[in-house]
Design a protein around this ligand. Structure first.
Ligand SMILES: Nc1ncnc2c1ncn2[C@@H]1O[C@H](COP(=O)(O)OP(=O)(O)OP(=O)(O)O)[C@@H](O)[C@H]1O
Ligand SMILES: [Mg+2]
Length: 444
């Protein structure tokens, strides 16, 4: 082989290798050389040995090392690939020894926990978990060392600033070249965002459920109202006349009784008549409310003097002695064009509620005044039980009542009538401290 041309061995010299320089160096110095050379055209690697048996002469031998080189390259490439993944992934990757001391982690892991990599190095992983997760950690470590890996599980971590975040974790056993366990490595994913999303989805589901419930209730109520409407129209019509007769007869009976001589029989009769009268008035209220609610409201406007209206309403009530009445009228005499019968209904309902709210007595205050814009304000205030916060949004709804004998039509009728007059009704109340209802009517 000595002094033969390389091409004669089937090797094409298409490499960046400076053969001429190498050969003359070895031939002249007598120092042997070896190098690995890549032949691009063949895609092959050779191990070349060059030595000089005698000054000016050279011996070269080539050994095909392509399989070894390819395996090495593959290893380097996969190592590089893994390193890149390790450095750039958003998931935290961490390795710790058998004692729980960390010996490596990627930037994402350190960032997630608010530490620098240096601070985390040889830190005990125990310190990164809130106390309540320590038992779970011990269980998983034991399991992973035995079985080789864990299932995906969730736990919380504690950042350097003390804040807590939820994470999903998976861990594997770490072994040395001989397969002996030397620690554990984990992939940790911050799932705060996912949890927030999940929570907001749950909240939306609850809100939707509430809307469906509310709509179902409204539907049920409107069906009920339609049925009540039909019945009320019939019953109201049929009861109206006999009721008026009862009230009229009672009036006559009262005057008859007055003419009787004083005595036990007279006072007994007076008492009975009063009870019957109260109950008849109550029946009249029920019928009137039902009718006012179900009938289309047709307003017949006539000049109404508010002061007279209030007095008329109060005179139709027997207000118990333990309720102190306080009437306050402004200097200007409020007079508006409105439907007298309907406004009477509104005031009767408000005063009834006020009186019912003060079973143990209290003060009932009625005021009326004209505002500078000509609007008339009428207020009905009591010092009774007040309206609990949680039922405030419902009190104007038809059928809403907290009373065992209530219909829940009173305020619904008030709202309907006042709004039909172009006005508004509002209230202020604190539980246990009374309630004040205000009606505002525009000048007509
Ligand atoms: N002045 C008030 N003080 C405390 N609670 C009140 C007052 N007025 C109304 N409410 C509350 O609002 C609910 C609805 O009142 P509304 O007048 O519509 O019906 P009701 O009085 O229960 O029955 P109805 O008037 O049909 O006999 C009452 O059941 C009560 O809980
Ligand atoms: Mg009422």
């Amino acid at each position: 082989m000595i002094l033969k041309k390389g091409t004669e061995f089937g090797i094409k010299y298409k490499s960046i290798f400076d053969w001429k320089g190498k050969y003359s160096k070895v031939a002249n110095t007598g120092l042997a050389e070896q190098s690995e050379v890549y032949y691009k055209t063949e895609d092959k690697w050779y191990q070349a040995y060059l030595y000089s048996p005698k000054k000016g002469f050279i011996i070269s031998s080539f050994m095909d090392i392509t399989p070894r080189k390819k395996a090495e390259l593959h290893y380097i490439m996969s190592e590089k690939w893994f390193r890149r993944l390790f450095m750039t992934t958003q998931d935290g990757i961490m390795a710790r020894d058998l004692k729980g001391k960390m010996f490596d982690c990627n930037p994402a892991y350190a960032k997630m926990l608010g530490y620098t990599k240096k601070e985390l190095k040889s830190r005990s992983v125990k310190l990164l978990l809130p106390e309540k997760w320590q038992k779970q950690r011990e269980r998983i470590v034991k399991n992973v060392l035995q079985t080789g890996q864990s299932i995906v599980f969730e736990r919380e971590y504690k950042r350097k600033d003390g804040s807590i975040f939820p994470a999903s974790v998976r861990t594997w056993r770490l072994t040395d070249g001989k397969g002996k366990a030397i620690g554990i490595w984990s992939i940790v994913r911050d799932i705060s965002e996912q949890k927030r999303h999940q929570r907001s989805l749950e909240e939306q589901a609850i809100a939707l459920e509430r809307i469906v419930d509310e709509r179902t209730r409204q539907l049920r109520d409107s069906e009920r109202l339609a049925a009540i409407g039909q019945t009320a129209a019939m019953v109201g019509h049929d009861l109206r006349n006999p009721l008026q007769t009862v009230i009229g007869e009672l009036y006559l009976a009262k005057s008859e009784v007055n003419s009787l001589g004083e005595g036990g029989a007279k006072s007994n009769l007076e008492e009975s008549i009063q009870v019957i009268e109260e109950q008849a008035i109550y029946m009249d209220k029920i019928v009137s409310d039902l009718q006012a609610f179900v009938r289309p409201i047709i307003i017949e406007r006539k000049p109404v003097n508010i002061k007279q209206l209030i007095n008329a309403v109060l005179s139709s009530f027997t207000i118990s002695a333990n309720v102190e009445l306080d009437l306050q009228f402004g200097d200007v005499f409020p007079e508006i064009k409105a439907d007298l019968q309907l406004l009477k209904r509104v005031l009767i309902n408000l005063v009834t509620n006020a009186v019912q709210a003060m079973p143990g007595g209290g003060r009932l205050t009625l005021t009326s005044q004209v505002q500078s814009n000509g609007h008339v304000l009428v207020t009905v205030e009591d010092t009774g039980v007040g309206i609990p916060e949680k039922i405030k949004p419902q009190i104007f709804m038809p059928l809403f009542t907290t009373k065992s004998r209530g219909q829940g039509f009173g305020l619904a009728v008030c709202k309907r009538v006042i709004e039909a007059h172009g006005g508004s009704i509002s209230f202020e109340s604190e539980e246990g401290r009374g309630a004040k209802f205000t009606i505002e009517l525009p000048p007509s």
